[in-house]
Design a protein around this ligand. Structure first.
Ligand SMILES: [Zn+2]
Length: 116
């Protein structure tokens, strides 16, 4: 029986350089946080399937998704953050890496055996 499913890891909150809260109008107190989802097999992360990122106001604690951001400046730094600051950790691919090693090992096995 193969046990697989999806799991997620949280992205550490980071403060944006600028931005105004769409709700309370507080300046320069916007944070970005979110989580990344990945598929696991036997609890080993296999490959990432996406991420959810949103902004949180440090003042009113309101959370806003991308489509709720009206302010262009905030949207720009949000997009920049999403594109450049959030890297998929290598261990989200560890299942694929192990699988690749297994395939290579299995395919070179006959040659190793024939050498004797
Ligand atoms: Zn706010």
């Amino acid at each position: 029986m193969i046990i697989f499913g999806t799991s997620s890891s949280t992205i550490a909150p980071q403060k944006l350089d600028n931005g105004i809260c769409p709700h309370c109008g507080t300046q320069n107190n916007m944070w970005v946080q979110g989580y990344k989802k990945y598929v696991h097999v036997f609890w080993i992360p296999f490959f990432p399937i996406g991420k959810k990122v949103y902004t949180v106001c440090g003042h009113c604690k309101g959370a806003f998704e991308k489509r709720e951001i009206q302010n262009q400046e905030l949207l720009n730094s949000f997009e920049d953050f999403k594109k450049n600051k959030i890297k998929t950790p290598w261990y989200h691919f560890i299942g694929l890496i192990l699988l690749a090693f297994a395939i290579v090992f299995v395919s070179i096995m006959p040659y190793l055996a024939n050498n004797n």
